[in-house]
Design a protein around this ligand. Structure first.
Ligand code: ATP
Ligand code: MG
Length: 263
C-alpha cells in the first residue's frame, strides 16, 4: 500500500450535527489525500441519504447503492430472478457498477432505498459486500448523515477512526457526546474519536479546547471560517478546485497529520 504497509487501513467516518461542515471537511480531506505524495488509494463513501457530496466534489453519478438495493428487493418479491444467480453476487456486481472511478479516488454513493417492507436480507448482503469492498483501499472516508441515526443502522460498523465535526454551538458539542456514547455501545473497533472544530474564531479555540478536554475528547484541529470555501459553495465550484492558499485547506492538511495520515 501507499504507505509502505506501515499503517493499517484507516476507515474514517465524519459525523456531527446538521450543517456543521461534515461534507466540506470530507471534500477538503479528500483533496489533501489525492495531492499527497503518498499516493493513497482512497474510497469516499457518501453515506448521507440526502446525497450531496458528488456536487461538492464535482463528480457526476448515475445510480446509487440504495437504488440497486430497491431493485433487488423488488425482483425478489416478483420472483423474477433466475435461480442460477446468487442474489448476493448479483447485488455485489450492481454495487460495483455504481462505483464512480475517478483518477485518484473511487466514490460510492449509498443514497436511499425506496418503499416500505423488510430490507433485512438486502441489508445483510450489502454489509458483507461493503466489508469486502473496503479491503481494496488504504483509506476509506465516509460522509455520514447529520445526527445519530447512522449509528443505529451501523452503516459505520467498519469505522476505526471517528471524526465529529463541531461548530461553535452547544448543540454540536452535545451531539458529539451522544455520538461518542452510542459509538461506545455499538462499536468494538474504534481506535480513535476526534473532534474537529469548524468555523471557529481563533479567540474561541481555547474555550473549546477546555471543553473538549473536560469531556475526554481529543481535538484533531480547527478549520477557520474561509472565504474560499464560501465562494465555492455559493458559486457551485467543486471544493476539489479550491485554491491552495485556502486557510481551511491548510487546516485540514494539519488535521490529516494529526489523525495519523502522513501527507
Ligand atoms: N470553514 C468554512 N468556511 C466557510 N463556510 C463554511 C465552512 N464550513 C462550512 N461552511 C458552509 O456551511 C455550509 C454547510 O456545510 P456542509 O454542507 O459541509 O455541512 P454538513 O455538516 O455536511 O451539512 P449536512 O448536515 O446538511 O450534511 C456550506 O454551505 C458551507 O459553505
Ligand atoms: Mg453533508
Amino acid at each position: 500500500m501507499g504507505m509502505n504497509g506501515s499503517l493499517d487501513r484507516q476507515v474514517i467516518s465524519v459525523s456531527g450535527k446538521g450543517g456543521t461542515g461534515k461534507t466540506t471537511f470530507v471534500a477538503l480531506l479528500l483533496k489533501t489525500l489525492v495531492s499527497s505524495e503518498n499516493s493513497y488509494t482512497t474510497l469516499v463513501v457518501d453515506a448521507d441519504p440526502d446525497t450531496n457530496l458528488p456536487d461538492v466534489l464535482g463528480v457526476k453519478v448515475n445510480s446509487t447503492v440504495g437504488k440497486k438495493a430497491t431493485e433487488l428487493k423488488r425482483r425478489i418479491e416478483e420472483g423474477s430472478l433466475s435461480f442460477s444467480i446468487s442474489k448476493s453476487d448479483l447485488l455485489e456486481a450492481w454495487v460495483y457498477e455504481t462505483l464512480v472511478e475517478h483518477e485518484k479516488f473511487d466514490l460510492l454513493i449509498m443514497g436511499r432505498t425506496e418503499g416500505e417492507g423488510c430490507y433485512c436480507y438486502v441489508n445483510n448482503a450489502l454489509t458483507n459486500i461493503l466489508d469486502r469492498l473496503i479491503t481494496n483501499y488504504d483509506i476509506v472516508l465516509m460522509d455520514m448523515e447529520a445526527g445519530l441515526e447512522h449509528l443505529s443502522r451501523r452503516t459505520d460498523r467498519d469505522v476505526n477512526t471517528m471524526i465529529v465535526v463541531c461548530d461553535p454551538s452547544k448543540m454540536s458539542l452535545k451531539t458529539a457526546i451522544r455520538i461518542r456514547d452510542i459509538a461506545r455501545e455499538v462499536h468494538i473497533n474504534i481506535r480513535n474519536i476526534y473532534l474537529v472544530g469548524n468555523r471557529f474564531h481563533p479567540d474561541n479555540v481555547e474555550l473549546f479546547n477546555e471543553w473538549a478536554e473536560r469531556e475526554g475528547f481529543k481535538v484533531a484541529g480547527y478549520i477557520p471560517e474561509d472565504p474560499y470555501v464560501q465562494k465555492c459553495h455559493m458559486m457551485g465550484i467543486p471544493l476539489m478546485e479550491i485554491p491552495e492558499e485556502s486557510p481551511a485547506l491548510s487546516a485540514v492538511k494539519n488535521i490529516a497529520v494529526n489523525i495519523g495520515i502522513p501527507i
